[in-house]
Design a protein around this ligand. Sequence first.
Ligand code: ATP
Ligand code: MG
Ligand code: MG
Length: 350
Amino acid sequence: GATIGILGGGQLGRMLSVAASRLGFKTHIFEPSTNPPAGHVADRVTAAPYEDVEALADFAASVDVITYEFENVPTSALDMLESVRPIRPNRKALAVSQDRLVEKAFLNDLGLKTAPFAAVDDEVDLAEAIDEIGLPAILKPRRFGYDGKGQARLKAPEDAAQALADMAGAPSILEGFVEFSHEVSVIGARGLDGAVSCFDPGENVHKDGILDTTTVPARLTPAQRTDAVLLAAKILNKLDYVGVMGVELFVTREGLIVNEIAPRVHNSGHWTQNGCVVDQFEQHIRAVIGWPLGDGTRHSNVVMENLIGDDVDRIPDYAKEGVAIHLYGKAEAKPGRKMGHINRITGPAN
Ligand code: ATP
Ligand code: MG
Ligand code: MG
């Protein structure tokens, strides 16, 4: 069988490796840090920095296709890898999702709503952006953010100086604060043949900026559900995307507003492991290897709960309940670290 190269060895890379293995493929992980979660299940791991051109070349030559679970791979490494093997999802998808400013402009060009936004590089920009967008607002670094890290909330003009200081000189974006009733996400997939299949939207609750639970079905009207799936398909098609993507949405009285897109399998799609015939990880592997997409129909109602830090101490209790347990094999339970998740089936799909 073929070998799939995966950039990044975290829990997403681990679960992609498991799915690939179930389909008879081998995986080779490229991950700078030592002892990554995916290392225990992959067929091969290369532990080298993204600057190591020789290691990258050997990695690329050893695989049939390259995918990723981590979107901040340096451009130089991607250039090198792409000269040897196809990268799926493609470079355009990465470029768009790596930079919040480019991402929002792309989404607006597609006719999709986002929070109002403005680029901020200094205090003059910030003052102008506040004038234009109003408060409350959120200042975010354009690149490298996850789990809400590095974001500053502005309630009053006096908050501007501290918020800018929090950016530590990084190019930033001011976003108007969206008054949403709740958050949902669509996990969409597009095959090499252009077929699109979206999982049922999930409803997401965050705690301290980190995803806490995803519940399916989400609270959405039939029209909103259709909107959510169609807008995800629009994004996938425009990018000529191959693989699975997470699309985070705010539900508001003015309709669905796109928060951000992630060009990879997504934490809010973990419920699919126990709620669907084919889950997001298998769907992604199918797409990048060129198989037809599988049947992502939801057969159950599910609540996914993330196990963050010490939450993992509850495993003995969960082990006595009728829930599916997924652990990432991480040695140390630090605060804020994603250690695993559980999927609780709450009934047949409705
Ligand atoms: P991740 O990639 O892990 O989802 P992130 O660091 O990219 O996190 P965002 O998704 O931008 O962070 O923001 C985290 C959360 O903060 C959102 O899920 C939402 O709850 C809230 N939030 C972000 N931007 C806005 C906004 N413009 N208006 C209202 N709430 C927001
Ligand atoms: Mg993000
Ligand atoms: Mg987010």
